[in-house]
Design a protein around this ligand. Structure first.
Ligand code: HQG
Length: 170
């Protein structure tokens, strides 16, 4: 609801994706999904990918990345490491090697700083294949990169010429 369908519980998100914590709890209760504030705190603190963040006084909450709705996270453009990784499924490979990495339903293409994380991301889609992205070169050529609060690297599009396959042992 904080990323894709806030309307399911008639929740308002502002232009940066923030919901009022009180309103979230209220709307959840109204729609038969009641949770307490301590449970919400627990989710924010312990979610495996740290997907959610409160503002400093916890009066607002948002997802740190991964939205399909039209909001702006307001992250500043930053210099990426030399190499970033993208895990995907073998069935997407032909299309990726033709069109590059596309953001599809999301706001950005999601990249990882290590192969292990990329492998977990890719395995959600099928038989994993890992792509290496020459991020520093892309940046020097003028492409922008962002890093979310939970350390997911984001960019608009990765053209084929910056991609190569990582040979993995499996
Ligand atoms: C593929 C999870 C064909 C792309 C993860 C991916 C991540 C193409 C799929 C976050 C393509 C999109 C994002 C092209 C890209 N042709 N397929 N030209 N370009 N694709 O789920 O990166 O659990 O939208 O390779 O941990 O898998 O939501 O993106 O396989 O951080 O927090 O199209 O989602 O995080 O799939 O995952 P997704 P993703 P959360």
């Amino acid at each position: 609801m904080l990323r894709h369908k806030p309307e399911i519980i008639q929740l308002n998100l502002d232009e940066n994706g923030w919901a009022k914590t009180e309103e979230l709890l209220h709307q959840l209760a109204k729609h038969n999904r009641k949770i307490s504030f301590p449970i919400l705190e627990e989710v924010v603190a312990n979610n495996d990918k740290q997907r959610f963040a409160f503002n400093t006084d916890k009066t607002k909450i948002r997802a740190s990345q991964g939205h399909s709705i039209d909001i702006s996270l307001g992250y500043q453009s930053v210099r990426p490491p030399r190499i970033l990784y993208h895990g995907t499924a073998t069935r997407f490979l032909d299309s990726i090697l033709e069109k590059g990495l596309l953001k599809r339903n999301r706001h950005h293409v999601h990249l990882s700083k290590d192969i292990h994380t990329a492998s977990n991301v890719g395995s959600r889609h099928g038989k994993v294949v890992i792509l290496e992205i020459r991020a520093k070169e892309m940046h020097e050529a003028g492409f922008e990169f962002f890093v979310s609060e939970n350390q997911v690297w984001l960019t608009d599009h990765v053209p084929v010429e910056y991609l190569s396959l990582v040979e993995t042992l499996d």
